[in-house]
Design a protein around this ligand. Structure first.
Ligand SMILES: [Zn+2]
Length: 164
């Protein structure tokens, strides 16, 4: 009797659990999931060579996609808090960047986004970014491959993390 129950239990597993998964994979291919990371950064001499990669968290397939400079630029948009002084940071969008320290803010209009290679010691983590040219003021921001941290210059070693 015990053996029969085990056999029924086994068949239950095959029919109810395993078969639908097998069918699902056949008729409904994985739509892929997971975060894209930058695998190839632009360089100043060839700004459109960027590429992103992700490994699907469901099926494990590795995908690549081209990353235009225009797309790369959007990764800088958002609010970035200083890693050591979370009350302090910078908000960047298409047209301006704003430094904040608590309630104090200083906003600069962006006249031009100038692509910049990072030639400082942290270039392996933050290879590429933009010099934001304002009216008499400018700042450079470089981004990492997972797009969740930027480094600013002239404040070298100043790391900011993206607010979710
Ligand atoms: Zn997949």
């Amino acid at each position: 009797m015990k053996r029969n129950i085990s056999l029924i239990g086994y068949m239950f597993i095959v029919i109810v659990i395993i078969l639908p998964v097998a069918c699902k994979n056949d008729s409904d291919p994985c739509s892929h999931n997971g975060n894209w990371t930058i695998s190839v950064f632009p360089v100043e001499t060839e700004l459109e060579i960027g590429e992103e990669t992700r490994t699907c968290t469901i099926c494990g397939e590795i995908e690549n996609r081209a990353m235009s400079l225009a797309t790369f630029k959007t990764y800088f948009y958002g609010t970035w808090a200083h890693d050591e002084y979370p009350n302090t940071g910078v908000i960047i969008d298409e047209n301006e960047w704003t430094w904040y320290e608590g309630d104090n803010t200083e906003t600069n209009d962006i006249i031009e986004w100038k692509p910049r290679e990072n030639d400082t010691t942290d270039s392996s983590i933050f290879p590429f970014g933009f010099l934001l040219e304002g009216d008499g003021v400018s700042n450079t921001f470089y981004i990492n491959s997972t797009k969740n941290k930027i480094n600013s210059s002239p404040y070298s070693e100043e790391i900011f993390s993206k607010n979710p």
